[in-house]
Design a protein around this ligand. Structure first.
Ligand code: GUN
Length: 321
């Protein structure tokens, strides 16, 4: 197997003293630093496009009061403006009808100032997600969720690809930088088969010439299969599910999970009960066998927004050429 090499973006995980017996050895893949680099590239691209009189515009539609979605959307809007793009925000109440939402999407499709459209998921139950995603003009589909983009991705054609898996691929290529970012022939295991992450992730890894295994809730012997992987991408939404027993020594682990869990007063550094974010990967145990790992937070999360803005720039370039 190609052994991944630490890059300028990775730092050694420091071992908490209580773990002297089984010290963490993995390098930390710094998604914050990688996202900053990508955002700088996007900002430069936006400035270049502005010389041709075009400012990319991203419209974000948020329905309801879901707290996690509110946070994501706030961060997206902030970064959009920082990159020099126009940001259009549409906040709708929970009781918005599907017809009203479709009418808004149609108006954004027709608006030449809007180059990218994102409808934040999940949607309220009375709205059919499919109908809304298919209504978005595929050229403005910066989430890469429209069937036309999904199909293009599977065929290895030029597509607007979903942001989270695209961000994971960038982190992987950075981690294998000494092989020129080449992932050819590596065995990648993707845990999870969602449309947002698992399925497009598998397509991107296949396009990068990996041998890809997709695990899901019905897989038999998932830990045994996972232990054969050079690359593990965990996207299941179950806190700390992937432990060291799942990981081959030296594997590279990308943790897409963002799970909020309760922390008791005893376990909390502040001595007070609180909630905290953890991934799908049990970081401490896995860091003792993996060669590189993304933290949560600070790993994949920041890359998603950066890739969204990169997709918006790409969409604006295509629509203005
Ligand atoms: N909800 C959680 N992740 C995403 C995403 O990447 N795009 C959209 N539109 N909604 C989400």
């Amino acid at each position: 197997m190609n052994t991944p090499t630490a890059t300028a973006t990775t730092t050694l995980v420091t071992a908490p003293s209580s773990e002297a017996v089984n010290p963490p050895r993995a390098h930390l893949i710094d998604g914050k630093a990688a996202s900053t680099r990508l955002l700088e590239e996007v900002t430069a691209g936006v400035a270049e496009l502005a010389t041709r009189g075009v400012t990319p515009g991203l419209a974000v539609v948020l329905i309801g009061e879901d707290p996690a979605s509110q946070v994501y959307v706030r961060n997206k809007l902030k970064r959009t403006v920082e990159c020099g793009m126009h940001s259009f925000e549409h906040r709708l109440t929970d009781d918005t009808s599907e017809a009203e939402l479709l009418a808004l999407v149609a108006s954004l499709n027709a608006d030449p100032a809007v180059h990218g459209i994102l409808v934040q998921l999940p949607l309220p139950e009375h709205i059919q997600e499919d109908a809304v995603l298919e209504a978005i003009d595929p050229r403005k589909d910066v989430d890469g969720f429209h069937r036309m983009n999904v199909g293009a991705l599977i065929q290895g054609a030029d597509a607007l690809a979903p942001c989270t898996p695209t961000g994971c691929m960038r982190l992987l290529r950075d981690t294998f930088v000494e092989q020129g970012g080449d992932l050819s022939g590596l065995h990648a295991v993707v845990i999870g088969r969602s449309n947002i992450v698992g399925k497009p992730m598998a397509s991107l890894l296949l396009a990068a010439n990996c041998s890809v295994t997709q695990l899901h809730s019905r897989s038999r012997n998932p830990a045994e299969l996972c232990r054969q992987a050079d690359i593990v991408v965990a996207a299941v939404g179950r806190p700390n599910m992937i432990t060291a027993e799942w990981i081959k020594p030296g594997a590279v682990v990308i943790d897409v999970g963002i799970n909020r869990i309760e922390q008791s007063a005893e376990d909390s550094p502040t001595g007070q009960a609180r909630t905290r974010l953890v991934g799908d990967v049990d970081f401490t145990s896995v860091a003792s066998v993996a060669s590189a790992i993304t933290p949560v937070p600070g790993g994949v999360g920041p890359m998603t927004i950066a890739c969204l803005l990169a997709n918006t720039l790409t969409a604006a370039l295509r629509q203005s050429s």
